[in-house]
Write a protein that binds this ligand. Structure first.
Ligand code: BDP
Length: 589
């Protein structure tokens, strides 16, 4: 799936801004056909943004169900005869869209783009109405899973009470989170491009495959370096472009070529699309994760798309600030915990040279203490079918990003249950079938003798919370327990180990010496003890602190206005630990 980019033959119109919005509290929008006419009594709502924190209305923040968005646009007569795509960066978690009252697309899954050809539904030279209904409801067939509960009336609940149960540790932000755009392109056009790279000595190869619409076959490609010089040319739907003395993409040293794909026609080209290409290779050995043949040690974070006011809404300022902080602190990577991030973030990671572990939204698949997770009426066939669909969409969206160095199938699922194996095996297989160039992982919180899925992965990825969830307050046990555990992982699976989460809540400004849980000192002391162990072990391939910044969660007694394990506050100011990490990571090779 191509990212919307302009060219001589393509025009992109960003529909961001203030849309009209109505919360469907009575669940009547579909029955009353709200898409047939302009929304009645709308309020204003920014797009992109989560709608939850925009107003002072707690019933909107905590709404469970559908909300409706609407905007209008003019379609100039000059667009007639072209293809017009309506493209949503994401809608969390379900959406249906109408153009002038005609349904054009529905999509399930909160973190993937989807699009519809709408040329046939537009009124040219006139105003057009776009209506979008978005639902945040999670059930056993969605990823992440959840349950909308309507308990019977009684002493605890009044009549008609409804709430969303979730099993993930982040607020269920909802709405149109990412840019909504129109792409106006030629009727016959470049539909899709896939690239793969290989390196031998100082030379490299770029393999490309192009899909054209309407059975067309004529393609010309050129590979340009960063100065715009042509380094290779090719013809045909598929090919291999040799690159002499190739400049490689490496974290901290990004280099992007441009693959210029052209549908030739008499006179000027019918369609042109320019795809950034980073040349690099990945290999996993028994003890190392290698990029371009060199050992790569992951330093960085599990992150979230999360910020004050806009929630999970895309925002260039926040994104760039985060990348600048990654650079400042000496990080070289992050994991898209716990869902694929926006295409804009992936583009930045390519350009700025940050490695990404690209994770699906499979989080909260651990229903213990309430019984088994993987069973037919909970996380079963419906859930698996959806996860497989998300994996297909992820590979289609992200396969061309050099920043993506590994896929991650799930976070902390109940992989001690035997049923987790037939659930996840097809997921790992599908990633490998669709993309043979990247390793696949699954993040676990089990132990080496209880996890039944890590053996299927290429790298051991474990989340460890010694002295926090295990033996709270016992900093003196961290090194003993951690070293014992990590050695056991490596011994059993003979693969490199990344600790994909370790961290402590620290309320910014709370101090205690000797350290006490929730103080900034405790966070520093705990991480320091983890690092002493990591530095002893030659099979360690990385450390990702949980979390980059404080983030919002549902309300519960373990959370103080959200999760406070951030190295930065939610406003992106450093806690004490940020300075300690910076000293470590700017020195660590
Ligand atoms: C881990 C989860 C992560 C949580 C974190 C925590 O993977 O989503 O936010 O613990 O509790 O278990 O802070």
């Amino acid at each position: 799936m191509l990212y919307p980019r302009e060219s001589e033959t393509r025009f992109v119109k960003d529909l961001s801004g203030l849309w009209r919005f109505r919360c469907d509290r009575a669940e009547e929008g579909f029955a009353k056909r709200w898409f047939d006419a302009p929304l009645r009594d709308p309020i204003l709502m920014p797009v992109p943004a989560s709608y939850n924190d925009i107003t002072q209305d707690v019933t909107l923040r905590d709404h469970v169900g559908w909300v409706w968005y609407e905007t209008t646009l003019f379609a100039p007569a000059s667009w007639q005869g072209q293809s017009v795509l309506l493209r949503f960066g994401s809608a969390t978690h379900h959406a249906t869209a109408w153009v002038n009252g005609r349904e054009v697309v529905s999509h399930k899954g909160g973190y993937m783009p989807f699009e519809a050809e709408i040329a046939g539904h537009l009124h040219y030279g006139e105003e057009n109405r776009i209506t979008v209904a978005v639902s945040n409801m999670l059930d056993w067939t969605t990823i992440p899973p959840g349950q909308v509960k309507t308990p019977p009336e009684g002493p605890r609940y009044p009549k008609g009470f409804k709430f969303q149960e979730i099993y993930q540790d982040f607020f269920n932000y909802s709405g149109l989170h990412r840019p909504v755009r129109l792409v106006v392109r030629p009727k016959d056009h470049i539909e899709d491009i896939a690239v793969r790279t290989g390196v031998r000595g100082r030379d490299a190869q770029v393999f490309y495959a192009v899909t054209l619409s309407g059975g067309r076959r004529d393609v010309r490609v050129r590979l340009l370096d960063e100065k715009g010089r042509v380094v290779a040319r090719g013809e045909g739907l598929k090919g291999r472009l040799p690159v002499k003395n190739a400049r490689l993409w490496f974290p901290g040293k990004a280099y992007l070529y441009t693959l210029e794909v052209e549908m030739p026609a008499a006179g000027r080209p019918e369609d042109i699309y320019r795809q950034p290409v980073g040349i690099r290779t990945i290999k996993v050995t028994k003890k190392q994760f290698r990029i371009n043949g060199k050992p790569f040690y992951f330093k960085g974070f599990g992150k979230h798309e999360d910020a004050d006011i806009r929630g999970k809404g895309h925002d260039d300022a926040t994104d760039l600030k985060d990348f600048n902080l990654l650079g400042w602190i000496g990080a070289n990577s992050f994991r898209t915990s716990h869902y694929p991030y926006s295409e804009e973030i992936m583009e930045l990671a390519d350009r700025l040279g940050v490695a990404v572990i690209d994770e699906t939204p499979a989080v909260g698949l651990n229903y213990f203490p309430h019984g088994k997770t993987f069973q037919p009426d909970r996380v079963g066939e419906g859930s698996q079918a959806h996860l497989l669909q998300v994996i297909r969409e992820m590979v289609e969206r992200d396969r061309n990003h050099p920043c993506v160095v590994m896929w991650c199938v799930a976070n902390e699922a109940a992989t001690e249950e035997p049923e987790s194996v037939p659930y996840f095996r097809p997921c790992l297989d599908l990633f490998r079938k669709l993309d043979s160039t990247r390793p696949v992982s699954i993040v676990t919180c089990c132990d080496p003798d209880t996890c039944l899925c890590t053996g299927m992965a290429d790298v051991v990825c474990v989340n460890r919370y010694y002295s926090w969830y295990n033996d709270p307050g016992r900093l003196d046990l961290v090194e003993h327990q951690l070293e014992h555990n990590l050695r056991a992982w490596h011994k059993k699976f003979g693969r490199p180990v990344i600790v994909t989460e370790y961290g402590a809540d620290a309320v910014a400004g709370l101090h205690a010496d000797p350290p006490v849980m929730f103080s900034e000192e405790y966070q520093v002391e705990m991480l320091d003890r983890f690092h002493r162990v990591f530095d002893k072990l030659d099979f360690m391939a990385g450390e990702h602190v949980w979390n980059f910044a404080d983030f919002m969660t549902r309300q519960e007694i373990r959370r103080v206005v959200g999760n406070r394990k951030g190295v930065f506050t939610r406003e992106r100011q450093p806690k004490m630990i940020a300075h300690a990490l910076r000293r470590r990571w700017t020195r660590l090779k």
